[in-house]
Design a protein around this ligand. Sequence first.
Ligand SMILES: Cc1cc2nc3c(=O)[nH]c(=O)nc-3n(C[C@H](O)[C@H](O)[C@H](O)COP(=O)(O)OP(=O)(O)OC[C@H]3O[C@@H](n4cnc5c(N)ncnc54)[C@H](O)[C@@H]3O)c2cc1C
Length: 394
Amino acid sequence: MHEIFIETEDQRAILDTVRRFVEDEVTPRAAELDAKEDPEDGFSWEIVEKAHEVGIRTMTLSEEYGGLGTDSLTTSMVIEELGKGDLGISVIFAQTLKIAQIMQKALNEEQQTRILPGFAEDPRGMLAIGITEPDNASNYFIPHPTPFATSAERADGGWIVNGMKHFISNGNRASFYLLFVQTEKGKNLADGATCFLVERDRPGFTIGRVHDKMGERLANNAELIFQDCFMPDENVVGTVGNGYNVLSDFFPQSNAYAGASVLGVAEACYAKAEEWAKIRVQGGKPLVEHDGIRAQLAEMRMLLDASRSYIHRACYLADHQEEGWDKTLGALPKAMASQAAWKIATWCMEIHGGHGFMKEFGVAKLMRDSAAFLHSDGVNRTLFLKAARFMFEE
Ligand SMILES: Cc1cc2nc3c(=O)[nH]c(=O)nc-3n(C[C@H](O)[C@H](O)[C@H](O)COP(=O)(O)OP(=O)(O)OC[C@H]3O[C@@H](n4cnc5c(N)ncnc54)[C@H](O)[C@@H]3O)c2cc1C
């Protein structure tokens, strides 16, 4: 069997650590944090610090910086495992783990030396990526001929940035950001944008609103506001005008990681549905002994397994592109996993009957969480359009 379908010893050891972390630190607190009224209160630095202690926060950093240098396949398994405990926790680390991976490829040596040691040592070090704007969102996924509204004017030794981003995961919690800014007027966002490395304390950069979300509440999303914010030339990532390619060149597995987060939620829904089907007796026998329910559970299992295989294939091939990487793998696994998760969540609710509608059973939280990735990381419809472009135009 191909190696992507077998867990190695190393992966097993890492996943055992993650499972213990989820069991000890996440599961006991997730419902209470999810219920907090103020969206900022759903985020827990304690959980982040515990993840740091067991090496999860820095796992994708190379050994030189104290990490494990985990490959994309292993990282997706970790993200899925975290998602079984809570979607928000999975997302805050998925963002940090993936951006740390991008930074080790896309930042030049000076930039890496300047920021990675500090990020590695800071138990609260989080990372974020700012692309989406109120009027420019799906346009980024299917390059539409509009420029980003967040733009920069040339200044002595750098750029003056004005504008705002919104919906940004870890937006109010990160210490470093990758920010996409229009640096060339008269061009669209695919041709005239530049990626900048931004430090949290840079003058002219402030955090706006923290969004009040219906789910994924253990993660925070926020607005990033730039008012005459000076970015020195040393903070340009890659080359000026080449921002759009930073993600595709340096991070083909981003979509599969998003799929892994929501797959974790789908797993949690399945486990709850199976457990309930075994204890709830109607029609003289447990639900699991009724054909309709058994078939439904088997279909849920199929959707989980197929989504996971797709994610694993995308992650493996992203790291071994010469073995058959195909660009649709950078768009479709998340669409599949999130559609599967939504279906599995609604079936979990159905199998619970009226009990599923009662908050105390925990199905409602899973349903709210399972909706997050129908839109996050690209609305699925736009990801299908993106894949179709790869299939028929490139
Ligand atoms: C929980 C969460 C976390 C997020 N985290 C981040 C983050 O960390 N960083 C970041 O930069 N962004 C982030 N986003 C933004 C996310 O990527 C966008 O929400 C997403 O790209 C969709 O943008 P939109 O919500 O404005 O929808 P719109 O772009 O307004 O789309 C609305 C609808 O129109 C459809 N549509 C749009 N354009 C077309 C077209 N040309 N043809 C056909 N149909 C179209 C879409 O499919 C969708 O159904 C996050 C969003 C969420 C919800």
